[in-house]
Design a protein around this ligand. Structure first.
Ligand code: UD1
Length: 422
């Protein structure tokens, strides 16, 4: 298994291009299942999660070709051969559940294994299932699979989500495009990835209103056509790399970055004493002299502070002046990076959904273990700020969500290298 070695070495400077969003691409790809015409996605990120989704769609008979070094995905579902998503692929990635809504909407039946994915809490799929039931689906859970049927097709319905779920909103939105009549999604997720999906579906001929608000209305249509769509910028990759100069000093421009993707996060950076400026090409982030200020953070659905940046922000708080409290409100058990950061000298006390971080002057390099996708990159960020060498093991998690991390950080002056494992 590969490892990444980071050696803390002071200020960074230069620019980092931000890729298309993994989480947007993972919901745009299954949208191909809704139509027999081609769907082309540009600005796709080159990640193992994207390859897993390609494999899953391929197992259903969809054609997926990668062009332009993986940045363009050409998808076609004109000749699907199966409506069954097997455990062997689904277990690798929770987003696999996103094939359920489209398959059911187009074919009236689907079998999808219950998913796996990052080990961050229980992460059930009950909200996905309830939304489809509200559209007339008949569901049965047998032998680890969801068996879904909609004889005569899905029908529009009112879906009241008891809590905000990104994935359940995406599944319901896709399914509703081909349901008969009108569907209303109340308490829908408002993430930029949902807005991106709605825009792509609209290009395919779907009738959707209200994306980006808490209520999305969809008027079902008979069929959808093909489209070409650029994947929105990855706001989590953006926030992660914004933290690199914040944590070890310097000035870095994030190409393609926009404040509106991360307004709550930018406010916290400002409070910590980091400057964020819009430029014609993106965002420029600079750390002034002196220590970072300690800032409290609570994760929330969009437009709040993203849970997917909590681990990375904790790495920043480890060397802040003072004590900060980080509250995780989306997922239980999402502080697995804390004990690893403590191996590097951080002072963190985790009690339930709260982590209290008391900043230290300097972290010290150590061998650490990546436990999930965002935790892995938080350890790399901490390594940039640490004295000596940090060896991050089990980086396969990282490769699920960050393309060419060594190259991107190396180009702005970080000392970072990958050591190939056996
Ligand atoms: C997506 C993102 C993930 C991000 C998360 C929250 C993708 C591929 N992944 O995950 O990176 O961390 O949004 O921003 O886009 N829940 C239920 N029942 C359900 C579904 C969810 O109880 O049926 C709970 C979850 O356990 C969690 C909360 O709802 O506590 C929010 O999860 P959700 O928004 O669904 O996350 P994902 O779509 O899985």
């Amino acid at each position: 298994m590969d490892s990444i070695i980071v050696t803390g070495n002071g200020p960074l400077s230069g620019s980092i291009p931000i890729a298309g969003a993994k989480n947007a691409c993972l919901t745009l790809m299954p949208a191909t299942l809704l139509s027999d015409e081609p769907l082309t996605l540009t600005n796709a990120p080159r990640l193992s999660d994207i390859r897993t989704m390609s494999e899953l769609l391929g197992s259903l008979g969809a054609e997926v070709s990668t062009l332009q070094d993986g940045q363009v995905l050409a998808l076609s579902s004109h000749n699907l051969t199966s409506q069954r998503a097997d455990y062997d692929i689904v277990r690798k990635m929770r987003a696999s559940i996103l094939v359920l809504g489209p398959l059911l909407a187009r074919f009236g039946n689907a079998e999808v294994s219950l998913p796996g994915g990052c080990a961050i809490g229980a992460r059930p799929v009950d909200l996905h299932l309830k939304a489809l039931e509200a559209m007339g689906a008949e569901l049965e859970l047998r032998e680890g699979y969801v068996h879904a049927r909609a004889p005569g097709g899905l029908k529009g319905g009112i879906v009241d989500f008891p809590l905000v779920s990104v994935g359940a909103t995406e599944n319901a939105l896709m399914a509703a495009t081909l349901a008969k009549g009108m569907t209303v999604l109340n308490n829908a997720a408002r993430e930029p990835e949902i807005v991106d999906l709605a825009r792509c579906l609209r290009k395919m001929g779907a009738q959707i209103d209200g994306e980006g608000t808490g209520t999305i209305t969809i008027q079902g249509v008979e069929r959808l056509n093909g489209a070409t769509h650029p994947v929105v910028t990855d706001r989590i990759e953006l926030g992660t790399y914004m933290l690199a100069p914040a944590i070890c000093g310097g000035e870095v421009e994030l190409l393609g970055g926009r404040i509106e993707l991360l307004a709550a996060f930018c406010e916290k950076l400002d409070a910590a004493g980091i400057s964020v400026e819009e430029t014609p090409n993106g965002l420029k982030v600079a750390r002034k002299n002196g220590r970072i200020r300690a800032v409290d953070v609570a994760t929330e659905p969009f437009p709040g502070f993203p849970t997917d940046l909590q681990a990375q922000f904790m790495a920043l708080m480890c060397t802040a002046d003072g004590t900060s409290v980080l509250e995780e409100k989306i997922f239980e058990n999402r502080f697995m990076h804390a004990p690893e950061l403590m191996r590097m000298g951080a002072k963190i006390d985790v009690q339930g959904g709260h982590a209290t971080v008391t900043g230290v002057e300097r972290l010290k390099g150590a061998p650490v273990m990546a436990t999930d996708l965002r935790a892995s990159v938080s350890l790399i960020l901490a390594g940039l700020a640490a004295e000596g060498e940090t060896i991050v093991n089990r980086v396969y998690h990282l490769d699920r969500g960050y393309e060419r991390v060594e190259e991107k950080l190396g180009n702005v002056g970080a000392r970072i290298e990958r050591v190939k494992g056996v």
